[in-house]
Design a protein around this ligand. Structure first.
Ligand code: UN1
Length: 514
């Protein structure tokens, strides 16, 4: 309750039941079988949710269309003002939102606050952007003619997000969509519904005070994959932006493609770092530990593969083992904890299956992998594991999989091109890094024949990207780019206009007609 009241969430709680949909600012309690809500910290139940059905999805989309039709003619800088005020409200509630993220996703305070900070940052970015939604003017081949390009609001944007970033990923999409003049329907992860309700409550309060912004700009439909499928299949959704597993992305992309809708996909990563012989090992080790073990290995940008030059492999391995020994695993609400729980039993089973498979494929666990015993700051009921570091003889089958857990496979290499080829040899293409003090090695890695990922870093880990850059990756990662740079163009439609200022009607390409 101390979390829910300041976020004004208690208004929606009816006898331990949470609404599966917020449509036009009104809570809906569908007559669907309830879903029990647990915290990954200790599996304590904290209520139940009535998931949305196809009816609520259609209603939410319908209301979003009405809101869009009003919002698209509001001047973009005024739309930016709305997002600026959302940013102010998020600042005021940063701590409570972060605590809710800790409760539902199991993140430690600093990472949960960092996630809320991403929302704040993207508000600032989007507010500025609202005065920069610019197109080109282009020289015409015809006398007294001009070509220009305009970016118009697109329509209703569907957002499907994952448990590991329960507010930030939606915020990257939603804050940009709002300044671009769109309305948003959100299907969050079924594992983090209270975060979604809190974020929606906060935006609705800002909308109410704003005046010329309809409540229907932000709609929420909660539930599992079926709800996401309804959203992705709805032909009124102009863009479906989905973050999560490759399997989910494939399903969403197929639904959208059937109706020739747009999709924006940010899917799995199987991110690697190359540590060359010239690397600053102290710095590399710190970056590796945060990227591989931080967030309990549950970021799409988490580090999963390590290619270490054979000359420094023993030294680095030793540093990593020492660092892993000191990782404090436990209740994420304790200030000294660095690694919180895995999200659920299924995640832990997948981790253990991957470790067993790795051993069959010739791998050797150097440290970690086991479940942490209950006691002290390790509560009963949660899935607390020791981050695992394994030595692999080569990039075997299991290394090609993204196991969403703190599992890091260490492999040795002799030549840089060999390591770059291995970096690129997996089906995913999200994030990558090289640690080197050699300019040529860095250049090779970030050049056209280097890393094939959407993110390629030098002396910086694979995770923890800033919002200012375009975020996303290639191949099975889905090809989409969200957040900064020119990702806003995804949320708008481009119109090319030809303007004739003259009295004659010259035809393009010199065509004569009559
Ligand atoms: C994700 O895990 O889906 O770069 C997003 C990062 C964060 C975002 C991760 N800024 O790790």
């Amino acid at each position: 309750p101390h979390l829910l009241a300041p976020l004004r969430l208690d208004r929606w709680q009816q006898a331990e039941c949470w609404p599966g949909a917020i449509i036009d600012g009104i809570a809906h309690y569908p007559s669907t079988p309830p879903r029990l809500l647990y915290s990954p910290i200790d599996r304590q139940e904290h209520g139940q949710l009535l998931p949305a059905s196809a009816v609520e999805v259609s209603a939410a989309v319908g209301c979003a269309i009405v809101a869009f039709e009003a919002w698209r003619t509001v001047p973009a800088p005024r739309r930016g003002e709305l997002v600026r005020r959302i940013g102010e409200a998020v600042r005021l509630h940063k701590t409570q939102l972060a605590q809710l993220i800790t409760l539902e996703a199991g993140k430690i305070a600093s990472e949960a606050e960092g996630e809320v900070q991403e929302w704040i940052d993207v508000c600032d970015y989007a507010a500025g952007l609202s005065r920069q939604l610019h197109g080109l003017t282009i020289a015409s081949e015809r006398p007294q003619h001009r070509l220009l390009e305009q970016w118009h609001p697109l329509g209703v944007v569907g957002v499907i997000s994952a448990f590991n970033f329960p507010v930030a990923v939606w915020a990257w999409n939603a804050m940009l969509a709002l300044v671009c003049g769109d309305a948003v329907v959100w299907k969050p992860s079924e594992k983090t519904p209270l975060c979604a309700l809190a974020a929606t409550a906060l935006v609705l309060d800002v909308l109410r005070d704003f005046g010329d912004a309809p409540a229907g700009l932000i709609q929420l439909v909660q539930g599992d994959a079926v709800v996401g499928d309804h959203l992705a299949s709805d032909r009124h959704i102009a863009l479906i932006s989905a973050t999560g597993s490759v399997a989910m992305g494939r399903a969403v992309a197929q639904h959208a493609a059937t109706r020739l809708g747009r999709s924006l996909l940010e899917l799995g990563g199987n991110n690697a770092a190359i540590i060359t012989a010239s690397a600053d090992l102290e710095l590399a080790a710190r970056a590796i530990v945060f990227a591989a073990a931080g967030t309990c290995g549950q970021r799409c940008t988490s580090l999963r593969r390590l290619f270490v030059h054979e000359e420094i492999a023993d030294a680095l391995q030793e540093k990593l083992i020492t660092a892993y020994q000191h990782l404090n695993v436990g209740d994420p609400r304790f200030a000294t904890t660095l690694i919180g729980p895995l999200i659920d039993d299924a995640a832990m089973k997948r981790m253990h299956a991957a470790l067993a498979q790795a051993e069959i494929e010739g791998g050797r666990i150097l440290i970690g992998g086991g479940q942490v015993r209950v006691g002290g700051n390790v509560p009963d009921g949660g899935c607390y594991v020791r981050p695992a570091l394994l030595a692999m003889p080569e990039q075997t089958d299991v290394v090609h999989d993204e196991t969403f857990a703190p599992v890091l496979y260490l492999m040795r290499y002799a030549r840089l091109n060999e390591a770059i080829a291995l970096n690129n040899a997996v089906s995913q293409g999200l994030s990558s890094a090289i640690f080197t003090t050699d300019l040529r090695e860095a250049g090779a890695f970030i050049g056209p024949a280097g890393s094939d990922c959407g993110l390629a870093n030098v002396n910086a880990g694979t995770s923890g990207a800033e919002i200012g850059g375009a975020f996303g990756g290639e191949k099975d990662t889905g090809g989409g780019r969200e957040s900064g740079s020119d990702a806003w163009k995804n949320y708008m439609r481009r119109a090319t206009n030809t303007l004739n200022d003259g009295h004659a009607l010259p035809l393009a390409q010199g065509v004569r007609f009559g």
